[in-house]
Design a protein around this ligand. Structure first.
Ligand code: UD1
Length: 422
């Protein structure tokens, strides 16, 4: 199994260009199943999750032409030949559940096993299923609770209130409702930028959707969707990770191809820590080489709150800042697996339920650690860059699911990190 070897590095300096967003490209690819015509998705990041989604969509009968070196994925779903998503792919990636809505809308049938992904919490999908039922689908789950079968004659518009603004459930319902008869209203919808990106793509395909980016999304069903071309938005979590990388190394990095509005909470929290953050036409300049940083508290929330995906990288930063910081994770109940790994590197962190207390400022040292999940993996890499000695990160496949050219980008900024095959 491959691993990353990291040595204590000088402060990061230079520029980094952010890739297309993982969490945007996956629903966009699923949405391509809604049209018989060709869809072209540009700025698609070269990631393991994108490869899995390509295979999943292909298995359903679509023609997929992915040139990830050029960041282009072309999908033509002239005919859907299967409505059962292959279990071996679904268990590898939670976002596989996103084919549920499109399959149901296009064929009237969808069979899917319970999705996999990072073990960061229970991650139920009852809100997705509640949405499909409200649109008129018959939803059954087998006795073992492992296979979900959905079917319908014709989906019909409905008003659906989400008990929690789930990103995936909002996306699935929007996609299913595009070709439903009548109007669908999603209340307490998720407001993440990736949803707006999906809706922009669907509207280019001929859908009639309003309100993306607010908590109420209105979808007027149309007969058919056609193909379209779309550029994926930049990855706000990758942007945030490199902003924090600049801060943890006390360096100066210009983060390019970032939409500042999408990273407001990360910018705000970095500023609270005493990091200089300057937005310009070129990107976001993060400068942490002037003086001591200050401890702060973070609480994760649905967008536009502080993103749960940035919790672990930010926690790595807080371990290097003198004083006490508190982190409250409200989105996922088990998103502290990286804490054990950061402790192996000398960090002082106490966890009580959803709250973590960090006594920062002590020296981190290199250790053999695990990438426990995608973002937790990024956290230990960032800690490794400033830890004394050598850090070895195992299970890096988690990191490679979500960060395009992570090692190369860090190395270009002066990070002493390399990938090693065992
Ligand atoms: C997406 C992102 C993920 C991010 C998360 C929250 C993708 C591919 N992944 O995941 O990186 O961490 O949003 O920003 O876009 N929930 C339920 N019932 C449901 C669905 C969700 O209780 O039916 C709960 C989950 O257990 C979790 C919370 O809602 O506690 C948020 O989950 P959700 O917004 O659905 O996240 P994902 O779409 O899975």
């Amino acid at each position: 199994m491959a691993k990353y070897i990291i040595e204590k590095s000088d402060p990061l300096r230079g520029e980094v260009t952010i890739s297309g967003a993982k969490n945007a490209v996956l629903p966009l690819m699923a949405a391509a199943l809604l049209s018989e015509g060709p869809c072209v998705i540009r700025d698609a990041p070269a990631l393991k999750d994108v490869e899995i989604m390509c295979r999943l969509i292909e298995a359903l009968g679509a023609e997929v032409d992915a040139d990830l070196d050029q960041n282009v994925v072309s999908i033509t779903a002239k005919e859907i030949k299967a409505y059962q998503a292959p279990m071996d792919l679904v268990v590898k990636m939670r976002a596989s559940i996103l084919v549920l809505g499109p399959l149901l809308a296009r064929t009237g049938h969808a069979v899917i096993s319970m999705p996999g992904g990072c073990a960061i919490g229970d991650r139920p999908i009852e809100l997705h299923l509640k949405g499909m039922r409200a649109l008129g689908a018959d939803v059954t789950i087998n006795e073992e609770g492992s296979i979900i079968t959905c079917s319908c004659e014709q989906l019909r518009g409905a008003t659906i209130y989400l008990d929690f603004p789930s990103v995936g459930a909002t996306e699935n319902i929007v996609m299913a409702a595009c070709m439903a008869r009548g109007t669908t209203i999603i209340e307490n919808a998720a407001q993440e930028p990736e949803i707006t990106d999906l809706v922009n793509f669907l509207n280019k395909m001929g859908a009639r959707i309003k309100g993306a980016g607010t908590d109420t999304i209105k979808i007027e069903g149309v007969e058919k969707l056609h193909g379209a071309m779309h550029y994926v938005i930049p990855d706000r979590i990758e942007s945030g990770t490199f902003m924090v990388a600049a801060a943890i190394s006390r360096g100066t990095v210009l983060v390019k191809n970032v939409l500042p509005d999408h990273v407001k909470p990360v910018m705000a929290k970095l500023k609270e820590c005493g990091v200089e953050v300057v937005v310009s036409d070129e990107g976001i300049l993060v400068n942490a080489d002037k003086g001591e940083l200050i401890s702060t508290d973070i609480k994760t929330l649905p967008y536009p709150g502080f993103p749960t995906d940035m919790q672990s990288p930010f926690m790595a930063l807080l371990t290097t800042v003198e004083g006490t910081s508190a982190v409250i994770e409200t989105v996922f109940e088990n998103r502290y697996m990286h804490v054990k790994e950061l402790r192996k590197m000398g960090a002082s962190i106490k966890v009580d339920g959803r709250c973590a207390i960090i006594e920062g400022g002590g020296k981190l040292h290199g250790a053999k650690v695990n990438a426990t999940d995608l973002r937790g993996g990024a956290a230990v890499v960032l800690a490794g860059l400033v830890a004394e000695g050598r850090t070895e990160v195992d299970s890096i496949y988690h990191i490679e699911r979500g960060y395009e050219h992570f090692v190369e980008k860090l190395r270009a900024l002066g990070g002493r990190i390399r990938r090693e095959e065992d």
